[in-house]
Design a protein around this ligand. Structure first.
Ligand code: FEC
Length: 310
């Protein structure tokens, strides 16, 4: 085994550290174009509804701590782990630089998003690979992990637990972040989402045609078409046609309690369901679940071994 450690950059979306950081954060998401006053006010309103900031920063820290502990237990001293965020400091490039400074000979990238899209995981990996090349070290990204049995088992249990609180005739709807149709041509993201939803539904004994489906959420307010149907339309439609008395949303594409879950589902979708007169709940999300993070640590160990031959 080599004496130099293997670096692990755990990549997450990032969130504003304080209400003052919302504008620069939004500008970064918009690739340097500042939001209009209306767009900014809308985003600020959503963070205000959560108490000013999202819990994403704390959840990401907890997830990375769990993963670090699991790696240390499996291979003491072999890995050095750090955070790298897409839209807030410390950025992906900062994370890779930290690992290079710590003497890492190779970097493994793990994005805290289970399904691959070129627009999501692909972009994280491109930035990490470029930063590693600049420092003269190798990079290997883990492209997807929605197929990890531990993750699917976690979702299955979460669905079963939540169904117990809802009416008999409840439809389970698996959701993920919508993306513009333009970026989905030839992209595996929709198929991967269908595959994981189906696996969880079958394992949970949900009836294919009546018991579950898939929808999209959190689409951006831009004029171009985004992949649908949107979860809010689905809630209204299910209520209007009387095909279900309840709806359970399983946000399979998200792995922490953050804005897109705590606002878009718990506040916005809940309100739409209340107005439409249909029972509503959403399943718990991964956060720092020890079993799944230990499975991800195994994946990091295997990826490092395959990449470095040690
Ligand atoms: O809790 C928080 O503070 C941050 C929550 C957050 C997560 C997240 C995950 C994903 N996004 C994805 C795609 C897009 C695309 C756009 C876009 C825009 C925003 C805005 C906010 C925001 N996203 Fe996000 N996203 C989170 C937050 N996202 C805030 C800007 C205002 C708004 O539209 O609501 C459109 C801009 C662009 O073209 O980039 C597209 C995807 C994920 C899940 C996978 C991943 O982590 O990449 C996909 C968490």
């Amino acid at each position: 085994m080599s004496d130099t450690p293997i670096g692990v950059v755990v990549m997450a979306y990032g969130t504003p550290a304080s209400p003052e950081d919302v504008e620069p954060y939004y500008t970064h998401i918009r690739r340097g174009r500042p939001p209009t006053p209306e767009q900014l006010a809308n985003l600020q309103m959503r963070y205000d509804a959560l108490g000013g900031t999202s819990t994403l920063a704390a959840r990401t820290r907890d997830q990375i701590q769990r993963l670090t502990d699991a790696l240390e237990a499996k291979a003491p001293g072999r890995f050095v782990v750090t955070i790298g965020q897409k839209h807030a400091a410390p950025f992906i490039e900062d994370g890779v630089a930290t690992l290079a400074d710590a003497g890492a000979s190779h970097v493994v990238g793990l994005v805290l998003a289970p399904h691959y899209s070129g627009f999501s995981v692909g972009q994280y990996h491109e930035r990490a690979a470029e930063a590693a090349t600049e420092r003269g070290i190798g990079f290997t990204g883990i492209e997807r992990w929605h197929d990890e049995p531990a993750y699917r088992a976690f979702l299955g249990t979460a669905v079963r637990d939540a169904l117990g609180t809802l009416p008999e005739k409840t439809k389970v709807v698996f959701t993920a972040h919508s993306l513009p149709e333009r970026v989905l041509a030839g992209d595996p993201y929709p198929d991967e989402l269908w595959a994981s939803a189906e696996a969880v539904a079958i394992a949970g004994g949900l009836n294919r045609w009546a018991g579950w489906s898939m929808a999209w959420q959190s689409a951006g307010a831009t004029p171009e078409p985004w992949r649908g149907p949107d979860i809010l339309e689905v809630i209204r439609d299910l209520a209007a046609t009387g095909r279900a008395d309840g709806i359970l949303v399983c946000p399979q594409g998200f792995v922490a309690d953050h804005l897109e879950v705590a606002y878009d589902l718990d506040i916005e979708a809940q309100k739409v369901a209340d107005e439409a007169g249909i029972a509503f709940a959403r399943t718990r999300v991964l956060n720092d679940d020890a079993t799944v993070l230990a499975a991800l640590a195994d994946k990091v160990v295997a990826t490092a071994a395959a990449a470095t031959g040690s």
